[in-house]
Design a protein around this ligand. Structure first.
Ligand code: GDP
Ligand code: IMO
Ligand code: MG
Length: 425
């Protein structure tokens, strides 16, 4: 049975949640494998909008098991609140959610550290989501983190480990901000309250995923963020702290390359980025404003306006190569309705040279000027289209150009936020 990976092919917010929800109709389990509550995935069904941050986007499908894999960093308080919100909307979450004992805890002091480090970076900050993601992954790599399995220990042991970690961190934070305060007792009380919700959900998720694979179940691995925010392959340091590629999916849930049957890259029909860092096709003009308004480009997690620009085939080619996309899903095609002319970057002008690859150095990327293809737009609405034949000829041509320039077949189009506003090609 298939084990498919769904990944962001740009700078995040490509519509992964919508596509994962759509694909989950026939899926037995959806697994998140990296990132944490920095993600914000939006699902819209029958006019009802649900935003998930930690919980996988299979949550609206009652038969679907939902799993948080070992590669994630999980804030027990954020998870407790997210579960409460979803359950109060009538969804069963805890009956089918499993969380890895090996995932790392994001604790209140990680959020504090995230904020203090951003303040220290001043105007040149990364523009993080403030969810403690970088500090939690840093502690994991430094072997100073706490895995969620800690919450299966005795109350006394949990208290001791949490208190020791918080006090060590507080000493470190005082070197960044001498006046910083952290009420360790209050933190312990709150975290243990979150832990009570988490405890019954904890298990060895890698083992569970292999049981599902052995039983021929269908699994979807749901990426967060996007390839261009990848810790190794994005424009460092303007990246997130996890691996957003197929390699991250393997490590973050404990499956092997041979288990993967396809890799679906998601890309918007244009580009957006939230937070700082180079963005070659960014539009500072009226077209950028038009994309933001038509696409409602405001962050799901932080509400920040997203920076908008034309589709960047150089960037998506890079993403496709890193992860081995076997197919593409292009989302938000409807947002381009009514543009007379569309542009697609197929190369960059960089230090007097034309290059077709995505530079790994962020200063170099910042110096790149896109070389655009100009493509005729369409005036009709695509919102109601449900087959390739119903699309305007110019929209079909646009998709064909994306497919050619990225070098990966487009198998799915999205023409609205609703689950059924989807065209299978
Ligand atoms: P994710 O993080 O990749 O899951 O994406 P987000 O949910 O953060 O951002 C995508 C936004 O676009 C959400 O508000 C979706 O409801 C919306 N969306 C998804 N697909 C489409 C589409 O095809 N057309 C339009 N207009 N909106 C879409
Ligand atoms: P989804 O899963 C878009 C960006 C932040 C910042 C950088 C580092 O919804 O696509 P972090 O808090 O991770 O340390 O911030 O990464 N970022 C995202 N941008 N979508 C996301 O997630 C993001 N998660 C992080 O804005 O630039
Ligand atoms: Mg998002």
């Amino acid at each position: 049975m298939p084990c498919r990976v769904v990944l962001g092919g740009q700078w995040g917010d490509e519509g992964k949640g919508k596509i994962v929800d759509y694909l989950s109709a026939s899926v037995d389990a959806v697994v998140r494998f990296q990132g944490g509550a920095n993600a914000g995935h939006t699902l819209v069904v029958g006019g009802e909008r649900v935003a998930v941050h930690l919980v996988p986007s299979g949550v609206l499908r009652p038969e679907c098991e939902i799993i948080l894999g070992n590669g994630m960093v999980v804030d027990p308080l954020a998870l407790r609140d997210e579960i409460a919100g979803l359950e109060s909307a009538g969804l069963d979450v805890r009956g089918r959610l499993r969380v890895s004992t090996a995932a790392h805890a994001v604790l209140p002091y990680h959020k504090l550290q995230d904020q203090l480090e951003e303040q220290r970076r001043g105007g040149g900050g990364i523009g993080t989501t403030g969810r403690g993601i970088g500090p939690a992954y840093a502690d994991k790599a430094a072997r100073a983190g706490l895995q969620l399995g800690i919450f299966l220990r005795s109350e006394a042991e949990m208290q001791k480990r949490l208190r020791a970690a918080a006090e060590r961190k507080l000493q470190l934070l005082r070197t960044l901000a001498p006046d910083v305060e952290l009420d360790v007792d209050a933190m312990l009380e709150e975290v243990l309250d979150g832990a009570a919700v988490l405890r019954p959900l904890l298990c060895d998720t890698a083992l569970r995923i292999h049981e599902l694979l052995d039983a021929d179940k269908e699994i979807l691995l749901e990426g967060a963020q996007g390839a261009l925010l990848d810790l190794d392959h994005g424009s460092y340091p303007f990246v997130t702290s996890s691996s957003c590629t197929t390699a991250g999916a393997l490590a973050g849930c404990g499956v092997a390359p041979r288990d993967i049957t396809s890799v679906i890259g998601i890309a918007k029909a244009y580009s957006t980025r939230v937070g700082n860092g180079p963005f070659p096709t960014e539009l500072a003009d009226g077209d950028g404003v038009r994309l933001r308004e038509a696409g409602q480009e405001f962050g799901t997690t932080t509400g920040r306006p997203r920076r908008c620009g034309w589709f960047d085939a150089v960037a998506v080619r890079h993403a496709a190569r890193l992860s081995g996309f076997t197919e593409l899903a292009i989302t938000k095609l409807d947002v381009l309705d009514g543009f007379e002319v569309l542009r697609v970057a197929d190369a960059y002008r960089c230090n007097g040279e034309t290059i077709r690859h995505f530079p790994s150095d962020s200063d170099l990327l910042g110096a790149c000027v896109p070389e655009y293809l100009e493509i005729e737009g369409w005036s009709q609405s695509t919102c109601e289209c449900r087959s390739a034949e119903e699309l305007p000829a110019a929209a079909r041509r646009y998709i064909q150009i994306l497919e050619e320039r990225v070098g990966v077949p487009v198998r799915m189009l999205s023409v609205g936020p609703e689950r059924d506003a989807t065209v299978a090609l």
